[in-house]
Design a protein around this ligand. Structure first.
Ligand code: PBG
Length: 340
């Protein structure tokens, strides 16, 4: 039936009506808040490209954890800025690594808050890549031998798996509740699952960054986590932004390998991938509203070109509407306050 019998505006007349017929809702229970942990004491250093986001020493991260929990947000995801980087990513898997320390402190002080451990090597490798770097067809490179941008190098997939698995075990032992590999090496989910199980960590779930695209939107994160590759880029392991069928293939493989939850990243430029993943898979589906998405909204809002709160909520609801049940976002606390 068409106009004049049908008038869709009837249900838009006031907020109560609009709320009654609203199809999608945001709740703080679906948010995950990212924290960047650094060495030291009493440190709270704002990330230049992400106003409102900080590098935090462990004591300050614990304060954030308290606040996050008090706002009804169930989880934080931790990224680490190690004391020093090397060619073995020692800071990723050592027992006194910065994320391990932060995890122990947060689980001691705020036991009900879930701690998700991002498993990747880029923050801990001197070259800034997510896996082990080799000059094409040769041995592993020493730190001093990092080649110029033009040199041919490759990321050794299988050699990286051991370090990733070792990192996952170390994090789970420190008390991390969920392991979230973001490196995009092939076979990392099964390598991590196997290592966890062999170490009696059978109950620790894996949230796989299953479809992670090689994205320009990660720019500000690389400043926040000091993880910019020193040469080359990540296109040989992260996905090509043109591919949705390949994303579904990536996700299917991670599910087969034992992922308990899956993620699409970034979020806003890949809403179609989120929707396709939702239609195809029944596992809990997460999406990561990444640093560049945050920085764009923030910069426009600072110039009064857009209304910050409105655009923040609109971007978050669009990610929910596309089908993500979990949203990793730097806006977690602010959005939770607005929803309260
Ligand atoms: C680590 C990792 C990255 C992000 C999350 N985990 C950076 C990258 O892959 O370069 C990006 C998150 C963001 O931009 O907010 N590999």
């Amino acid at each position: 039936m068409a106009f004049p019998i049908t008038r869709l505006r009837r249900l838009r007349r006031n907020e109560t009506l609009r709320s009654l017929v609203r199809e999608t809702r945001l709740t703080p229970e679906s948010f995950v808040y990212p924290l960047f942990v650094c060495p030291g004491q009493g440190i709270r250093k704002e990330v230049r490209s992400m106003p409102g986001v900080f590098n935090l020493s462990v004591d300050e991260a614990v304060k954030e954890a308290h606040e996050t929990h008090a706002l009804g947000i169930p989880a934080v995801i931790l990224f680490g800025l190690p004391e020093k980087k090397d060619e073995a990513a020692t800071g990723a898997w050592s027992d006194d690594g910065i994320v391990q320390q932060a995890t122990r402190a947060i689980k001691r002080e705020v036991p009900d808050l879930l701690v998700i451990g991002d498993v990747c090597l880029c923050e801990y490798m001197s070259h800034g890549h997510c896996g082990v770097v080799r000059e094409s067809g040769t041995h592993s490179l020493g730190a001093a031998a990092a080649p110029p941008v033009s040199a041919t190098f490759e990321i050794d997939n299988d050699a990286s798996l051991d370090i990733l698995a070792r990192t996952a075990v170390s994090l789970a032992r420190a008390g991390v509740d969920i392991i979230a590999p973001s490196d995009m090496m092939d076979g990392r989910v099964s390598a991590i699952r196997k290592a966890l199980d062999e170490n009696t960590l059978t109950h620790t779930p894996i949230l796989s960054y299953a479809a992670k695209f090689a994205s320009g939107f990660y720019g500000p994160f690389r400043e926040a986590a000091d993880s910019t590759p020193q040469f080359g880029d990540r296109r040989s392991y992260q996905m090509d932004g043109a591919n949705v069928r390949e994303a579904l293939h990536e996700i299917a493989l991670d599910v087969e390998e034992g992922a308990d939850m899956i993620m699409v990243k970034p979020a806003l430029p890949y809403l179609d991938v989120i929707a396709a993943a939702r239609a195809r898979f029944d596992l809990p589906l997460a999406a990561y509203q990444v640093s560049g998405e945050y920085a764009m909204i923030d910069t426009a809002a600072r110039n009064n070109w857009i209304d910050r709160d409105r655009v923040m909520m609109e971007s978050l609801i669009s990610i929910r509407r596309a089908g993500a049940s979990i949203i990793l976002t730097y806006y977690a606390k602010e959005a939770a306050k607005l929803l309260a």
